[in-house]
Design a protein around this ligand. Sequence first.
Ligand SMILES: CC(C)(COP(=O)(O)OP(=O)(O)OC[C@H]1O[C@@H](n2cnc3c(N)ncnc32)[C@H](O)[C@@H]1OP(=O)(O)O)[C@@H](O)C(=O)NCCC(=O)NCCS
Length: 145
Amino acid sequence: MNSQPTFKVQLVTWENEEPHLRSIRTRVFIIEQNVPEAMEWDEMDSLCVHVLAQDCQGNTIGTARLLPDGHIGRMAVLKTWRKKGVGSAMLQAILNEMRIRNMKQAVLHAQSSAVGFYEKFGFCKQGDEFMEAGIPHIKMARTLP
Ligand SMILES: CC(C)(COP(=O)(O)OP(=O)(O)OC[C@H]1O[C@@H](n2cnc3c(N)ncnc32)[C@H](O)[C@@H]1OP(=O)(O)O)[C@@H](O)C(=O)NCCC(=O)NCCS
């Protein structure tokens, strides 16, 4: 039976992994989704906990970040790796870290096309759809027991 994991997920800092984190966000948000560079990068990255997903050769395949106020963002998985559990593993890693830090509420601005993904993790829509970086979004939140 083949039970070898095909990818791994770890919590990292911007300071230690900036090139890997930048490369995945450049490919997914700036190149694939046409998000302007100026909107992609902000001063919060150095304050966030980041998730880095890598395949078994060490290639970067996904990332996400957690802001100090409980806001989850920049969730991105390479196209060829989608629907294989990478996004779930990254979100679980962030929610686990939030529990360890005794944070009580997770909030995010979901791209409207990804609402179904977050609903699987207990996030609920809040308010109306709005535009961010030219992409329809909706605020979602969940409490952490
Ligand atoms: C959204 C994203 C992070 C999901 O990552 P992923 O690795 O494909 O997700 P998973 O494979 O862990 O999917 C988990 C479950 O959610 C479902 N799912 C994944 N993407 C979905 C979507 N966009 N809408 C609805 N359901 C989705 C999967 O089918 C799977 O369902 P299952 O448990 O019934 O099999 C990924 O599609 C992505 O990076 N998209 C481009 C960037 C983006 O839009 N980011 C979101 C910013 S808010």
